[in-house]
Design a protein around this ligand. Structure first.
Ligand code: PAF
Length: 284
């Protein structure tokens, strides 16, 4: 039988729960989420547990990372279901604070990672990565975890978090976990729940276009023509608009550098749903 997952809602309670584990020399791993958990999130918990570590998931739908016209109000929420799923994979603790615990009256700090936050999703969603950087900095310092796990689907987010952790000398190791995909290739995402049946079927064109382009680039095809073909494939599948489909250096998100890891990244809309995805590219 799975035991119910302990849930704490204040920083004081979180630290009180972590203290004996820390005192016993155990590793503490944090898995920050906004809830509406799927197999991708649960894979982070399973991987963190196996390191081994006491694993603490957080659920906080962070208002600071949603733009005025974004989906904060309709963002899916199911804390009871999430807690049951986390308990099932052996999560040790859930931290689910209210907004006033994270941003009490008078809160005035903004964490901004310049450059990385301004391109790609940052250009399409102004202020988004400041919201992510601010809340992640808070969660990491609240928990003082040894490691924190993030999915690679949000590749730019991972780059921003790695940068802030290095720049601020945070002691938490930032660990990226490979994207978990449905059998047809679509990257798992809480936002997939918004897709109609026909949009869900069309959505597979996104990973397909990225994989085709990555294979062509690895075989030596020219980037401009390859990206144009991927763009056309997404348009033909019904994606509109396509915010970007681009080849970038995997760490800086600037121009790809020969011999350095590169990443092909895309964001595009199907109806009212914005999907993102990315794949590694082995450039010649
Ligand atoms: O990836 C997410 O779910 C969120 O951006 C995160 C990292 C939990 C910060 O709110």
């Amino acid at each position: 039988m799975t035991h119910p997952l302990p849930i704490v809602r204040t920083v004081a309670d979180l630290r009180a729960r972590l203290a004996p584990w820390r005192a016993a020399g155990e590793q503490i791993a944090l898995v920050p989420t906004m809830g509406a958990l799927h197999a991708g999130h649960l894979a982070l918990v399973t991987a963190a547990k196996a390191t081994p570590a006491r694993t603490v998931a957080t659920i906080f739908v962070n208002p600071k990372q949603f733009g005025a016209n974004e989906d904060l109000d309709r963002y899916p929420r199911d804390e009871a279901g999430d807690a049951a799923a986390l308990a099932h994979v052996g999560c040790d603790l859930l931290f689910a604070p209210a907004p006033a615990e994270v941003y009490p009256a008078g809160f005035a700090t903004n964490v901004r990672v310049a450059g990385l936050s301004d391109v790609l999703d940052g250009a399409a969603r102004p202020g988004h990565f400041d919201g992510v950087a601010t809340v992640v900095t808070k969660l990491l310092t609240m928990a003082r975890a040894h490691a924190a796990w993030f999915g690679e689907k949000d590749w730019q987010q991972l780059c921003v978090i790695r940068r802030l952790a290095a720049d601020l000398n945070l002691e938490t190791r930032i660990i990226g976990h490979p994207i978990v995909r449905a059998a047809d290739g679509l990257a798992l995402s809480s936002r997939n729940a918004y897709l109609s049946a026909s949009e869900r079927a069309a959505a597979t064109a996104l990973p397909a276009a990225l994989n085709t382009a990555a294979a062509a680039l690895a075989a030596g095809a020219a980037a401009p023509e390859t990206l144009a073909a991927a763009h056309a494939a997404l348009t033909a599948a019904g994606f509109d608009p396509i915010d970007y489909i681009t080849l970038a250096d995997a760490a800086t998100l600037g121009d790809p550098v020969p011999g350095q890891p590169a990443r092909l990244l895309a964001a595009a809309w199907l109806g009212k749903t914005r999907l993102i995805d990315n794949v590694a590219v082995a450039l010649r």
